[in-house]
Design a binder for this molecule. Sequence first.
Ligand SMILES: *[C@@H]1O[C@H](CO)[C@@H](O)[C@H](O)[C@H]1NC(C)=O
Ligand SMILES: *[C@@H]1O[C@H](CO)[C@@H](O)[C@H](O)[C@H]1NC(C)=O
Ligand SMILES: *[C@@H]1O[C@H](CO)[C@@H](O)[C@H](O)[C@H]1NC(C)=O
Ligand SMILES: *[C@@H]1O[C@H](CO)[C@@H](O)[C@H](O)[C@H]1NC(C)=O
Length: 418
Amino acid sequence: MAPNVLSRTIRMSRCLTVATALLTLVALKAYIEWTAEEDERFPSPRWAAWPSSSVTPLQPSTNALPPFVLQNFNASIQQLRQSIPRAKAYWNDKQHRLFQALEQGVEHNTSWNQCSGPGSEERVSRIQDFDSYSELYKNFVLYDSCRNFPLLINQPGKCSGGTNRTFLLLAIKSLPGNFAARQSVRDTWGREGAPGGLAVRTVFLLGTGLGRYGPRLQRLVEYESRMSRDILMWDFEDTFFNLTLKDYLFLSWTLEHCPDVQYILKGDDDVFINTPKVLDYLRSLEAHKPLYTGQVMANASPFRVRKSKYYVPESYYVGPYPAYAGGGGYIFSGPLTRWLHHISQHVAFYPIDDVYTGLCFQALGIQPEAHPGFQTFDIAEKDREDPCVHSKLLLVHRRSPEQTLRLWKQITNPDLKC
Ligand SMILES: *[C@@H]1O[C@H](CO)[C@@H](O)[C@H](O)[C@H]1NC(C)=O
Ligand SMILES: *[C@@H]1O[C@H](CO)[C@@H](O)[C@H](O)[C@H]1NC(C)=O
Ligand SMILES: *[C@@H]1O[C@H](CO)[C@@H](O)[C@H](O)[C@H]1NC(C)=O
Ligand SMILES: *[C@@H]1O[C@H](CO)[C@@H](O)[C@H](O)[C@H]1NC(C)=O
């Protein structure tokens, strides 16, 4: 009997391993599909004029109610308000209620904007075809006002080590299981240091594994964090639709732990970044000009193809998207963090994180600036292994850990002739 039981156990555990591997693959596939942007590309808009005001952008009011928004950003808020159609669609309706609350100067603590409780039923009842929503979408709607999740792994001293202010913070969205991607980033373009006296620091942004079906990676990630001291992990499920939440929590973290950072590069863990070139570019800028740059998606609108990763139901949102920088990787000025965090209290979470960031920037009156060095849809196939091409780019998506290591070695080789 014993061998039989044993072989059954082995079979079962094999089954489990296969199931786990399959789930990991499904998650990976979802992630890969998500990062392969499908929006159309258009030429870039320019900077909108920074609203003239007596309050300097570096010191916004920290009061709960934002007089600075009312006084200085009224115009850009109004503009955003006008660009979002008043419609029955769930997000449109929710956002217009937020605008109204802002205008009336009242705190929006009404049931339609509560994290849990009776509000969620009311929310659901306002979407007629809610039953036809995917599980992920349903969860997004149910939790879209929940913004407080504790940090499980923190790096409180990340920006206070060393004598110099952090010049560039690389904030890299990763998933718990992406160990190899993170290690290749650490060993290449994400290596911390102070080239030319400009302090570069790196954090990886993680949620927890995927619910009860995901493999338990918590202990491994904790171990990794003790070795590398660059992991931030929050206690929420790291799904595609929780990336907006991840962005928001990162802004909160930055305000608390890295408030003086000069520039932030938010990107995926499978991009290739030419960090020396990024530093050259940032060094060449006027220090106080607000920056939001990357590969700009202009005139984009919601995807209505049901099986697309980016599918947005008509009953959820109608209208155009603001111009936004593709989420594969973009850069913005650190001092804008406080403003983004502030304004995001008045912009309802949207399931697609880079669109959400674009909405917040638009509410601040800041247009994304296109930079041709950002190639979040990758480059011509023949150039994908070419170090000379990569030495001229700032950021390209997507490279495997092996490609990243090889390319980095090549572009940092002083003997490279192009
Ligand atoms: C903001 O703009 C709205 C509409 O243009 C206007 O009614 C309101 O008085 C303005 N508020 C402030 C503080 O200027
Ligand atoms: C806002 O919250 C307060 C205290 O929790 C409550 O008394 C009040 O009814 C709420 N207002 C609305 C409009 O829900
Ligand atoms: C700080 O910056 C100066 C010059 O700006 C540089 O020489 C020095 O190496 C930097 N120190 C650290 C610890 O980054
Ligand atoms: C986001 O995370 C929360 C907390 O873990 C979870 O309850 C929710 O279902 C997640 N949302 C989505 C859309 O996955």
